[in-house]
Design a protein around this ligand. Structure first.
Ligand code: ZN
Length: 368
């Protein structure tokens, strides 16, 4: 994940923080400064954010551990300002399971809020909910409010919030997965427009949230369409079969020649037909600037990324390759390289599929 830093690991799941989460820290610190003009208040704000941060991690672990119960692994957890994102390795086949995984996050915040409410009541009373304020009042009361906000906001039935997943799961019990996703994403984008419009006249932070919701909804819809286009097709249908390869002892100058002669940007490196690495354009440029064109390819190539078999289904492979650092994957059969699968070439394949599908539609239904 770009623009994020690793903080640690829980139950084998890496926990990352995204740069925009730090923008939230800045926003809260600023609100404290504007209201109180004191360093103590700013430090208090920072400690509060750490507590909030803990609650968001627990929220995400709620998703991840529920997913684990259904046999779905979580690749990593990244924290964004309006919640977090547990990147599940796949979406469970049964819609009800997806709904329960989505609901588990907000449920954790409800439990935390209820626990805080009980503790505060036992200790001598809580400020009525309507009078609570995130920027002032006792620490635990503010934390209670923030947990209610996290639960409520994430239950909005729009992507990329958890509520959007619940909505899709409900729709998917009656509609196809792609149609359900499109509808849920449409609700998300409509909601983003409302947020953005209201935000323009009230709170700029809302405009920022609107943007986040809009982008999340679009990428979710695109992803579902892609998965549908790929389903039921083997890798061999979409892989590149004509490509240039390098040997580990080749000089970088050879890669330059091949790059200029064709449209290929990443090259597999083969030793007797067996892939031993990949030289990407970034590796090539880095190598040229460090050691010049005579340096051997072996010094700058990276290890072979996960290999793919020609008979594997494209939708499975696509789900598996999401988030991998490499953009080019060797297709290997019997230990030998038989093709290359690149993200560009998958995109091309998708456009061709879409054009062919449009061609098959009866003319009356075609868009003008
Ligand atoms: Zn969540």
């Amino acid at each position: 994940m770009r623009w994020s830093w690793k903080l640690g690991e829980v139950a084998g799941i890496g926990i990352f923080v995204h740069v925009t989460f730090l923008m939230l820290v800045g926003w809260v610190a600023l609100s404290h400064w504007i209201v109180e003009r004191s360093l103590a208040a700013a430090v208090g704000g920072a400690i509060f954010i750490l507590a909030l941060f803990g609650c968001v991690v627990l929220h995400e672990l709620g998703h991840a551990l529920t997913a684990k119960r259904y046999g779905v692994r979580t690749r990593d957890i990244t924290l964004y300002p309006i919640g977090g994102m547990a990147r599940l390795e796949r979406i469970p086949e049964v819609p009800q399971q997806e709904a329960l995984i989505a609901l588990a996050g907000p449920a954790v915040n409800v439990v935390i809020a209820a626990g805080l409410w009980l503790a505060l009541s036992a200790a001598g009373g809580v400020t009525p909910l309507a009078e609570l304020d995130v920027t002032k009042g006792p620490f635990l009361e503010r934390l209670l409010l923030v947990n209610l906000f996290l639960a409520g906001f994430n239950l909005i039935p729009a992507f990329p919030m958890d509520g959007g997943r619940v909505l899709r799961a409900l729709l998917a019990t009656r509609l196809s997965y792609v149609r359900a996703t499109e509808l849920a994403a449409g609700v998300g984008q409509a909601m983003a427009l409302v947020f953005g419009f209201v935000g323009l006249f009230s709170n700029p932070f809302l405009v920022f949230i609107a943007l986040f919701v809009w982008l999340g909804a679009s990428s979710e819809a695109a992803m579902a369409q892609m998965r549908a286009a790929f389903s039921g097709l083997p890798v061999s249908r979409a892989m590149l079969t004509e490509f240039a390869a390098l040997a580990p002892r080749d000089p970088l100058a050879r890669a330059v020649e091949l790059t200029l002669a064709g449209s290929q940007s990443d090259f597999p490196v083969l030793e007797d037909g067996v892939p031993v690495g990949v030289l990407s354009q970034a590796d090539l440029l880095g190598g040229l600037s460090q050691r010049g064109p005579d340096a051997p390819v072996a010094a700058f190539m990276r290890g072979v990324p996960k290999a793919v078999a020609p008979g594997e289904m494209l939708d499975d492979v696509f789900a598996r390759l999401q988030g991998e650092e490499s953009r080019t994957f060797p297709v290997v059969s019997g230990g030998r390289l038989v093709g290359l699968l690149t993200l560009e070439n998958l995109g091309e394949f998708l456009r061709i599929q879409a054009a062919m599908a449009a061609g098959r539609r009866p003319p009356a239904l075609r868009a003008p």
